[in-house]
Design a protein around this ligand. Structure first.
Ligand code: CP
Length: 308
């Protein structure tokens, strides 16, 4: 595949495109296991993380990934920038690009913010989460983790539980899983499922206990407590009773099944603490894979070179 300039979403990627990221990330996992886990592949390149929303995992793992590839990394913080004086997204980016940045990793609350920047900038743009739209790098690390456990997506049954309507993680994972041939189910209260869900090619469940025993992968989404005030579900306690990954539900899952969560978790709401830390949980494997997949993404989009 000739790499596109930008990575804005999973929706327009083929299974082959996705596999290219996953296969390269496997190679970078080997680099990360070395005593000195650094390669000179992106020496001389400068990458900017431009995060207008909070992040722990995504921003830190992109920073580590860039350093492991010998790129220079600059981290933008909204709070201490001139955005707080009213500067626009585009002016911010253009000013930064004038300083000779090769790539921009952007997270923004507005759907389409990454696409907007990509159209304006010569630098490559990676979407690190745009509103409720897509979070492609999260989906790629999730797919990498599933592949490590199951080898193939052909007979895989994946279940995503929670606020599908507002989740960029759910959208990107659904697109990726479907492109790779997996079967995808979702489970949530009707108020948290998008109106035209049938267009996504997923099976819809409203009762978690009807499906939990049949799937290989269970992905719990963060309940966005900030939305609770809008009355999309009656109470946090009721949500936990109906849709929470409790110890009892985890015990009814298939023997080799895994539990995933993109983080940050609301322990005791969508996932109980002993399930998050239990034998089926691969949450920290997801985080570990995040560095390797982001190395692969940076390498591909920055035009990395393998030096012999
Ligand atoms: N999963 C995820 O995007 O985590 P952060 O918000 O910490 O980056």
């Amino acid at each position: 595949m000739a790499p596109k300039k930008d990575l804005l979403g999973i929706e327009n990627l083929t299974g082959k495109d996705i596999s290219q990221y996953l296969d390269l990330a496997d190679e970078f996992l080997k680099v990360l296991a070395r005593p000195i886990p650094i390669v000179p592949a992106l020496r001389g390149k400068t990458i900017l993380t431009l995060f207008f929303e909070p992040s722990t995992r995504t921003q830190i793992s992109f920073s580590i990934a860039a350093k492991r590839l010998s790129a220079d990394i600059v981290n933008f913080s909204r709070a201490t920038s001139s955005v707080s004086k009213g500067e626009t997204l585009l002016d911010t980016a253009r000013n930064i690009e004038a300083m000779k940045v090769d790539g921009v990793i952007v997270r923004h609350s507005a759907c389409g913010a990454a696409k907007f920047l990509a159209e304006q900038l010569e630098a490559f743009v990676i979407n690190a989460g745009d509103g409720c739209h897509e979070h492609p790098t999260q989906a790629l690390l999730d797919l990498m983790t599933m592949k490590q456990h199951f080898g193939s997506f052909k007979d895989l049954n994946a279940l995503i539980i929670g606020d599908i309507t507002h989740s960029r993680v759910a959208r990107s994972n659904i697109f990726g899983l479907r492109a790779l041939g997996a079967r995808v189910s979702i489970c949530a209260p009707p108020t948290l499922i998008p109106l035209e869900i049938e267009k996504f090619g997923v099976n819809v469940f409203y009762n978690l206990d009807d499906i939990i025993s049949d799937v290989d992968v269970v992905m719990a989404l963060r309940i966005q407590l900030e939305r609770q005030e809008t009355g999309l579900f009656p109470s946090v306690r009721e949500y936990r009773n109906l849709y929470g990954l409790t110890r009892e539900r985890a015990a009814r899952m298939k023997p080799k099944s895994i539990i995933m969560h993109p983080g940050p978790t609301n322990r005791g709401i969508e996932i109980d603490p002993d399930v998050a830390d239990g034998a089926k949980s691969v949450i920290l494997e997801q985080v570990k894979n995040g560095v390797a997949i982001r190395m692969a993404i940076l390498f591909i989009h920055a035009g990395g070179k393998i030096e012999s």
